[in-house]
Design a binder for this molecule. Sequence first.
Ligand SMILES: [Zn+2]
Length: 207
Amino acid sequence: MAQLADQEKVFELTGGRLCLDFANTLGGSRVSPKEYLTSYRDLVIWGRQAGVLSGPEAEHLAEAARRRPADAAKALAAAVGLRETIFKIFAAVIAGRDPEQADLSALGAGLSQAMVHLRVLPRAGGYAWGWADDREHLHRVIWPVVRSAAELLVSGEAFRVGRCAGEGCDGLFMDTSHNRSRRWCDMRSCGNRAKARRHHARKKERP
Ligand SMILES: [Zn+2]
């Protein structure tokens, strides 16, 4: 049986919030996108890399998906739908517009489905928020993502969400810089490409 680690893709986790990292699983721009979630397995791998699932939980969920491929396909479609809802809401916030009512409603519906599974769990020395031990639930990866989006919206920090200025990139990120000067989803990719382009343009100006 194929293990999750075989030829596993590595997701960019530079958004600074779970919901923004999830929005960034559609790469490129929304006009010319590159889909990184091409199977339910990808969703599980993302969940493990993002810290939503432990290694054993991820293996267990991937196995459940193999047994129920039609349900897994539906869960992936629902997750991708919520991802685009989350992107559209934050894109509106970034542009200074009100999000579409339909998008807020879709987020609300996802939230109410997720919160049914929220629990108070005993932890060393106290209690913590956690999720129902529902290891077979194919939607479980999206629950903390939806919660993260809702929490960010009501936190008063939504104004810090930025959108990458890179050409052909719509990466979202938390801009925690003092004067909100972060421009790139990732300095190593989009930031460096822009720097190289500027360098190239300058060289052309003075031969
Ligand atoms: Zn970018």
